[in-house]
Design a protein around this ligand. Structure first.
Ligand SMILES: C[S@@+](CC[C@H](N)C(=O)[O-])C[C@H]1O[C@@H](n2cnc3c(N)ncnc32)[C@H](O)[C@@H]1O
Length: 276
């Protein structure tokens, strides 16, 4: 009896499978699945995708990170230090690791479930309130300001200009994501995760940094690690400005000339320039 019941059950299951296969053939689902698979494989095997993936891996595995650069600069100071970070997301990734006598963070909380920043608004609002004396003190000057907020050139340019008003004469403005390894990393639309760069996004920060490389009043360089750590100084001899050549800020031109345009140097080279 129980054998007969088992046989019936198997028959029922087989019929169901057969029905589903017939339905899928009827709706073309199998053919669609095969064509999606082929398309996906073509995408993953595309040399442009593979190059972008490999370049992302190199940046992610950089020996030195933004945190190392910031902490080494701050540790060489003899007086109490003041640090400001624009764009924090998860403080554990950088902000909490920074060793400074005083430190402050700004973030409107667009990318974190809980916004842990000290000042929960945009960088524009922060600097406006700072200038008006509504927060901290308009006389406050920072040793290091780390700009890592919205990665679009016009916003970064405003962040740099505002930071220049509040950076000590011997301080450093540091920018993350200045050296996008491919144009997919330098896309404007962060949300396009199907690009060969996947979720990695440097945006157009490089354009605002390059714009400052043409400024005769500023010295600058970019440490070739961790997606490009751009550094701007009023006084330290870390790199002379260059003549404005790239009027249109096209990626291919930047790519060919990035060493000169960004003044790309190594972590050790940078510290040999600023440490006695
Ligand atoms: C790349 S994450 C910051 C990562 C962090 N600095 C680190 O080193 O790990 C960018 C952050 O900038 C914030 N952000 C976006 N627009 C901003 C703006 N206008 N002003 C300040 N922060 C902004 C986002 O909410 C996000 O948390």
């Amino acid at each position: 009896m129980s054998k007969w019941i088992a046989k019936c059950k198997v028959k029922k299951i087989l019929n169901k499978i057969l029905y589903l296969i017939k339905l899928r053939i009827k709706n073309n689902t199998i053919l669609k699945s095969i064509s999606f698979y082929k398309l996906g494989k073509k995408f993953y095997d595309d040399p442009i995708f593979l190059i972008a993936r490999d370049k992302s891996t190199i940046e992610t595995n950089s020996k030195y990170k933004r945190t190392d650069v910031i902490n080494r600069i701050l540790s060489s100071r003899t007086k109490p230090t003041y640090y400001l970070e624009i764009g924090v997301r998860n403080p554990e990734d950088n902000f909490s690791l920074i060793k400074s006598s005083y430190k402050f963070s700004v973030d409107p909380g667009l990318e974190a479930e809980i916004n842990k920043a000290d000042f929960k608004f945009t960088s524009d609002e922060f600097f406006e309130k700072l200038l008006e004396g509504k927060i901290l003190s308009p006389k406050m000057m920072f040793d290091v300001i780390f700009i890592d907020g919205l990665h679009l050139a016009n916003q970064v340019e405003r962040d740099i200009d505002n930071s220049l008003k509040f950076i000590k004469e011997d301080g450093f403005i540091i920018l993350h994501d200045v050296n996008p390894p491919t144009e997919w990393h330098a896309r404007e639309n962060y949300m396009f995760f199907n690009s060969p760069a996947r979720g990695a996004w440097n945006g157009t920060v490089w354009k605002s940094f390059l714009n400052k490389r043409f400024d005769n009043k500023l010295k600058s360089c970019c440490i070739d690690a961790d997606w490009g750590i751009g550094i701007i100084s009023k006084n330290h001899n870390i790199g002379n400005p260059i003549e404005r050549l790239n009027y249109f800020f096209e990626y291919n031109d930047f790519d060919k000339n990035r060493k000169k345009y960004l003044n790309l140097i190594s972590f050790d080279e940078f510290f040999s320039l600023i440490e006695p």
